[in-house]
Write a protein that binds this ligand. Structure first.
Ligand SMILES: Cc1ncc(COP(=O)(O)O)c(C=O)c1O
Ligand SMILES: N[C@@H](CCCC[NH3+])C(=O)O
Length: 429
């Protein structure tokens, strides 16, 4: 079980000090319940990792992991930044009280209106991803007689050990400028040649759900080498170095994540050593964790409904949610840990597959494995669903998206209402 799972002494699951069964009773299911102190602990751990880095740094919450007003409010309160990848996320971040200066904008195809919105809001950094964007942004800035702080996104040519859908650092990634072909260099030149860009630094992101520190270290070394080369070639001095996010979390027993403070402290040490060797000025160090801030803090509570057993063939346990509130198993074959909320120590002696209620055979939440015996009306808890669950949710089959509740110090607060049938028709004419 993930080490953050709270279990009452009678074996019942608790989230942020609140019994899971009470939450299910009060708000209904499916329900995504966050343990807020677990989010705060992760933020504190990232901050600790950067604490001894002399040039300082920034923790930037990758808000695609869970873009909710409550989460932006929490990020603002905790004094961290956030990244956004669309006008919609930018709007939500601002509505949640994020300081525009602490917002960073990513994306491989930012729309003209999204760029204009970011420019007007004077956000802290636009991470420039491709030549089309450079042209577009240059025109927008000229039209507004202004400048923008930008960072150049480089695909550093590092193949992260993760699912191929979520690896982004390799040369053939759709994100960022390739190094080996010379495109990254050409892009930097274009940015430096325009009076509209204040190029604050460089960015890379090698992928997501990565456990091995080696990939991050390699990226850091490569980026500093690049800083050295471009300092000599263009007299360019990067004030910030952004090494992206992608820090892995615990979904099942086989996942062994490193503590953020350990991985970030080690990365910051590598950057210092390499910068010193290169004889450059130390840049600020930025990191962009998404999953690792919110993933393990979230638990989805479902109610068990039908079961289907065909001896020797299958044993399905169906819950009242599924691929609409968690697409990750269907999309990436992602694995999760399931518990019986009323008795987390229940023996796991039943081979079963947990499926959802959607009209798809691929609507599987947990592939066949040894599980506790579930009966109709039991509350089933799926752990570590706090990242890329709600934010990737859909209304497939006209199922409303679940409610979301924040729990802390034994108190619960509804932060997103359950979507009703009427909500799902609100845009239809
Ligand atoms: C540019 C960038 N930064 C940060 C992240 C956050 O990644 P994670 O949620 O794995 O930390 C992503 C997503 O992979 C990303 O594309
Ligand atoms: N959504 C993905 C990760 C993509 C990260 C964003 N670039 C996941 O659930 O694992």
């Amino acid at each position: 079980m993930p080490n953050k799972t709270e279990v009452h002494n009678n074996g019942q699951l608790k989230i942020g000090g609140v019994p899971a069964l009470n939450l299910a009773e009060k708000y209904g299911t499916p329900l995504i319940a966050y343990d807020v102190s677990a989010i705060k602990q992760q933020i504190a751990s990232f901050k600790k990792g950067l604490a001894n880095y002399p040039a300082g740094g920034r923790i930037i919450y990758a808000s695609k992991a869970f873009s909710a007003l409550a989460m932006y409010r929490l990020a603002a309160k905790e004094d961290i930044g956030c990244d956004v990848v669309s006008g919609g996320e930018l709007y939500a971040a601002l509505a949640g009280g994020m300081d525009p200066e602490m917002i960073e904008f990513h994306g491989n195809n930012k729309l003209p209106e999204e760029l204009e919105y970011a420019v007007k809001q004077k956000i802290g950094c636009i991470v420039v991803d491709n030549f089309h964007e450079i042209e577009l942004l240059d025109k927008i800035l000229a039209a507004h007689h202004t400048t923008a702080k930008v960072a150049l996104r480089v695909a550093p040519g590092i193949e992260a050990e993760t699912h191929k859908y979520i690896a982004t650092g390799q040369s053939n990634s759709k994100f960022g400028f390739d190094l080996d072909s010379g495109q990254a260099q050409q892009a930097l030149k274009a940015l430096l040649d325009s009076p509209h860009f204040d190029v604050i630094g460089l960015h890379c992101h090698i992928g997501s759900q990565i456990f091995n520190a080696e990939g991050f270290e390699m990226a850091a070394v490569k980026m500093v080498k690049l800083m050295k080369r471009w300092s000599e070639e263009f007299g360019f001095s990067a004030r910030i170095l952004n090494l992206g996010g992608g820090f892995g979390i615990h979904y099942t027993e086989s996942d062994q994540p490193l503590k953020p403070e350990i991985i970030v402290a080690s990365l910051s040490q590598t950057v210092q050593t390499e910068i010193q060797k290169a004889g450059l000025e130390l840049p600020e160090l930025w990191v962009e964790p998404g999953r690792s801030l919110v993933g393990e803090a979230g638990t989805t509570l479902y109610t068990v409904g039908s079961t289907k057993k065909v001896p020797g063939l299958c044993n399905f346990v169906a819950v009242d949610g599924g691929m609409g509130d968690n697409i990750r198993p269907a999309l990436y074959g992602a694995a999760y840990t399931a518990l019986l909320a009323k008795d987390t120590n229940a023996p796991r002696n039943e081979l079963a597959t947990i499926v959802g209620k959607y009209c798809e055979s691929g609507d599987v939440l947990v592939q066949a494995q040894m599980l506790p015996k579930f009966h109709a009306d039991d509350i089933l808890a799926l752990l570590s669903t706090g990242a890329y669950g709600y934010s990737m949710a859909s209304n497939y089959n006209r199922n409303g998206r679940p409610a979301v509740v924040f729990c802390e110090k034994a108190k619960d607060q509804l932060v997103i209402k359950r979507e009703s049938y009427a909500d799902m028709l609100r845009n239809e004419l």
